[in-house]
Design a protein around this ligand. Structure first.
Ligand code: ATP
Ligand code: MG
Ligand code: MG
Ligand code: MG
Length: 481
């Protein structure tokens, strides 16, 4: 290998260590922060410092933070660059250095330390950030045509609905410079990949959406390890890097398929397993166990999707001849083998992780088989009804809810299966059923409280997280009262 993922991580950290940054460990995937469900970026563990709520211990730090972004789950296997689990390498300044140093070091890291050709790098800045534009142009020497001004969606970074934020500037790698400099769109996945984001953290976003200037100006950055590995290892997607490919290889071995010869759909399924198994293992390792609420439900859905995807790939039982067995633990062992430099604790926790996976998979397979039969009947019905009426085939919200409620089918799975068969699903109807059930269980809840009289020490008063949406990056953890 030209450059291993592990060496990229190591080189990033020592680059910044030799520039006065303290190397700190990754924080847990479970943040100590009620406004976000899971750790979505390296800055999260430093939020109180950025906000000036706790004094800084060091002026500069650097980390390799493991992250989960459930909002990217639909992108997994579809784009070449998104994962639900990934590592974000970051350098941080707590009221110490600002734009100029951050930009110059990011450039030096990219072009000298990683050796990326300068003429392959494109820059985005926030539309009215003239200062950043000038540093890139006048001091670093990037030509005007390779610096793009972009709007709030791309170049104003916020960690959540509230919290520290600011304009940002990103570095993109160009895989196809021969396509020229006209009509370029940095969002064009077939040509560019964003790999480094520098956030100039200057504001605190308040509940009402207003921006309050922070006492100090900070730097928060994020560089996607898998993306840089993809560039340096010269492979066609993050999934083919040494950080993930061994997991895909293991999966193809169990499924008895070849990744190289697989069609796009099979490839996508192999990538889904390569992605989800990492997310699942690291989440369980950080203490998130499958359940029906909050973070636990995130893991449960990822596990269920992985199980179903494995079956679509043709994996039977444990994939090694035991039809009553589970295959997720077999693949998880590979993830654990690769974990040494990502999280040292995973190996120690592996017996518990494997046990949990086995139990969850075997339990789900039973309901899956019953649910699959029912869903099949529902779809046959929906398709023939549509044919009769000359309408587009659509599965009712009631049906989707029954599958969810009784058979444990995450609605995404139902949607996926329906789409494979050419039918859509009535999400609106599903949401209504869901809301009805929520209201009923709330009513049941308060009835219980009334009976007991004083609810102060009831189990349901224990603070917990309520899951507010699988696709919401900022799903809030709320305290049940
Ligand atoms: P994209 O536009 O590609 O979705 P982003 O702008 O949402 O990325 P940032 O929030 O800026 O990403 O995060 C900082 C860096 O983390 C990105 O530049 C990228 O290298 C990496 N990154 C972000 N999301 C993912 C993901 N889902 N999988 C892998 N790496 C990611
Ligand atoms: Mg994104
Ligand atoms: Mg982006
Ligand atoms: Mg970005």
């Amino acid at each position: 290998l030209p450059v291993s993922g592990d060496s990229i991580r190591r080189r990033f950290l020592s680059f910044y260590a030799s520039r006065g940054h303290k190397v700190l460990p990754s924080a847990s995937l479970v943040p100590d922060d009620p406004t976000v469900l899971l750790t979505i970026a390296g800055m999260l563990q430093f939020k109180p410092v950025f906000l000036g709520k706790v004094p800084r211990e060091v002026p500069r730090a650097t980390t390799a933070q493991r992250c989960i972004r459930t909002n990217d789950v639909e992108n997994v296997g579809r784009t070449a660059r998104h994962h639900t689990f990934f590592e974000m390498l970051g350098n941080f300044s707590f009221g110490d250095y600002f734009k100029k140093e951050a930009i110059k070091w990011a450039w030096e890291l990219s072009t000298i330390e990683f050796g990326l050709p300068a003429n392959r790098l494109w820059i985005s800045v926030y539309e009215n950030d003239d200062e950043a534009f000038e540093i890139w142009h006048d001091e670093v020497g990037v030509p005007t045509e390779r610096i793009k001004r972009m709007g709030e969606d791309d170049n104003f970074w916020t960690s959540g609905v509230t919290g520290p934020c600011g304009p940002c500037s990103e570095i993109y790698y160009d895989f196809h410079p021969e396509r020229g400099i006209l009509d370029t769109d940095l969002g064009d996945d077939t040509r560019f990949i964003e790999f480094y984001n520098l956030v100039f953290m200057q504001y605190n976003k308040k509940e009402d959406g207003s921006l309050e200037p922070l006492k100090q100006r900070n730097i928060d950055t994020g560089l996607g390890l898998e993306r840089v590995a993809r560039i340096l290892q010269k492979v066609s997607s993050n999934y083919e890097t040494d950080l993930i490919y061994p997991i895909i290889e293991k999966t193809s071995e169990l499924a008895n398929v070849s990744y190289a010869l697989a069609d796009d759909h099979k490839k996508m399924n192999l990538k889904i397993i390569g992605d989800h198994l990492r997310a699942i293992v690291y989440l369980i390792s950080d203490g998130v166990f499958p359940s029906n609420i909050g973070r636990g439900y995130v893991v449960r859905r990822l596990i269920r999707r992985a199980v179903r995807t494995g079956r679509l790939l043709g994996i039977k039982g444990d994939g090694r001849g035991n039809l009553e067995g589970a295959f997720l633990p077999v693949i998880a062992e590979k993830v654990i083998e690769l974990s040494t430099h990502i999280d040292v604790d995973v190996k120690d926790r592996s017996p518990r992780i494997l046990e949990e996976l086995k139990r969850e998979e075997l339990r789900f397979v039973q309901t899956l088989e019953r649910g699959e039969k029912l869903l099949d009947e529902m779809l046959v019905d929906a398709l023939s009804r549509a044919k009769e009426n000359g309408t587009a085939p659509c599965l009712s919200g009631k049906d989707a809810f029954l599958l969810y409620d009784t058979y444990g089918f995450p609605v995404e799975i139902t949607k996926e299966v329906a789409e494979e068969r050419g039918a859509s699903i009535d999400m609106n109807g599903f949401d209504i059923e869901m809301e009805n059930q929520r209201r009923q269980s709330q009513a049941a809840h308060s009835a219980v409280k009334l009976e007991v009289g004083n609810g102060a020490d009831l189990a349901e008063n224990v603070a917990d997280t309520e899951f507010l949406g699988y696709n919401s990056l900022y799903a809030k953890a709320v305290v049940e009262s």
